[in-house]
Design a protein around this ligand. Structure first.
Ligand SMILES: Nc1ncnc2c1ncn2[C@@H]1O[C@H](COP(=O)(O)OP(=O)(O)O)[C@@H](O)[C@H]1O
Ligand SMILES: [Mg+2]
Length: 406
């Protein structure tokens, strides 16, 4: 069992790219931590520095309070599983899984027993004498996992291990990984660009953008209380919708204009005292796709939108429409006017609403959309930082303190 601690970890490649920028993070003993972020944000580089496969430009890696920054990979007692599995094609499952034990000069009988035990656990017993070419993608993935597991390393590093599998297999392998972790509790750092994998697997998730750590927290924390616009847009599928609006009204009754309509934001300032600073000023509002629903009829608290796309997912529909601007109501009303392509350079953004599968929607035919602003998020238009909510527990603590000091 092991704690991994990264302190000010930085990597600048010879060309000048800073792939990882001052990253500090502690992965607890037995924890499953997911590093998530868009492609190219530096995830693999972090993992490779933990493993010792990449030199560190600045900062340190500790395992159980031992500084291992300059240790050779082999000395760190870490096992890494790669996206492409990297199995030896000329070796059988048994040989692939036992290779690391052989390198370590483990007693032959003991090694054999370990390999067979692990193969059994992963449902590979019947395939143990096959070569990788005779295995399916999921089976190869399991061999790669098994090869890492037989060694019982102090730390497991997994780099997008499921991304080469088809969707259905990915779901079952995800569940398998979760079960394995529950059973062995080996400290794990799991890299993915897929926020669904991050949400479902992680005890905690660390979100990275452009080499910089944005936020670390439980899946729930990141989803409910994203620290900035990047995290808010990254966690959740489909993504959160954003618009720059001006807040009006008074602290007790805050309103915002969207699509030519005025909406009240229930409890806006009560829940986020610092939102008062934005009254009469621009602020970015964030609405998750589930904050919308189809309205019976156009009304004062609905947006008139024109569907530009309707995606049926079986048990729900995703409705794509042009992001409303604060002032004007939607002007496109005829199906003939619906553009075939949305040119991003023109600044047009698409919003997505998640609606019931029973919704009767046609591209180009306007529908009224109700917006639930109780679930609105707010961000500073310049910094992108969230205007944080004060959670119920805080006033409770304050009340308690007041009672004590009274
Ligand atoms: N060996 C290298 N030399 C130069 N640049 C690299 C090297 N490896 C990665 N990079 C760059 O570092 C950045 C982060 O890469 P990587 O860690 O692979 O990202 P991720 O795994 O999140 O997709 C990218 O811009 C990538 O092009
Ligand atoms: Mg990568």
């Amino acid at each position: 069992m092991s704690v991994v601690r990264l302190e000010h970890l930085t990597k600048t490649f010879p060309g000048g790219t800073t792939a990882v920028d001052d990253l500090s993070l502690t992965i607890g003993d037995g924890e499953f931590l997911v590093l998530v972020g868009p492609s190219g944000c530096g995830k693999s580089t972090v993992l490779r520095m933990i493993a010792g496969l990449e030199n560190v430009s600045r900062g340190d890696v500790f395992i159980d309070d031992e500084q291992v920054t300059d240790w050779a990979p082999k000395a760190r007692d870490i096992a890494m599983v790669f996206q492409n599995y990297a199995l030896y094609p000329h070796m059988t499952v048994r040989q692939n899984m036992g290779f690391a034990l052989k390198l370590r000069h483990m007693d032959k009988d003991e090694a054999r027993q370990k390999v067979e035990e692990t193969a059994g656990l992963l449902g590979l017993a019947a395939l143990i004498d096959r070569k990788p070419a005779a295995l399916s993608g999921g089976q190869r993935q399991r061999v790669a996992m098994g090869r890492a597991m037989v060694r019982q390393p102090r730390v497991f590093l997994l780099d997008e291990p499921l991304s080469n599998l088809d969707a259905k297999l990915r779901v079952s392998m995800r569940a398998e990984l979760a079960r394995l972790h529950q059973r062995y509790r080996i400290t794990t750092v799991y890299v993915t660009h897929d926020q669904v994998e991050a949400m479902t697997l992680g005890d905690r998730i660390a979100v990275i953008d452009k080499g910089r750590l944005q936020q670390v927290g439980t899946p729930e924390e990141l989803y409910r209380s994203p620290i900035n616009r990047f995290v808010a847009g990254f966690m959740g599928s489909p993504s959160m919708n954003f618009a720059t609006v001006e807040l009006g009204g008074v602290p007790d009754r805050v309103t915002l204009r969207l699509g030519g309509q005025e909406f009240e934001v229930p409890g806006a300032v009560h829940r986020r005292p610092s939102l008062a600073r934005y009254l009469g000023a621009p602020v970015v509002v964030g609405l998750r796709p589930a904050a919308f629903s189809l309205a019976e009829s156009p009304g004062t608290a609905t947006l008139a939108i024109v569907p530009l796309g309707v995606e049926s997912l079986g048990d729900e529909k995703h409705l794509l429409f042009e992001a409303p601007t604060p002032g004007s109501s939607t002007t496109r009303v005829a199906a003939d006017d619906v553009p075939l392509t949305v040119d991003e350079s023109s600044g047009t953004q698409l919003w997505t609403a998640k609606v019931t599968q029973h919704a009767d929607l046609t591209i180009g035919h306007p529908v009224p959309l109700a917006v639930d602003l109780r679930d609105a998020y707010f961000f500073d238009p310049v910094s992108g930082d969230a205007v944080a909510e004060v959670h119920d527990s805080v006033p409770a603590v304050q009340r308690e303190l007041q009672a004590w000091t009274a």
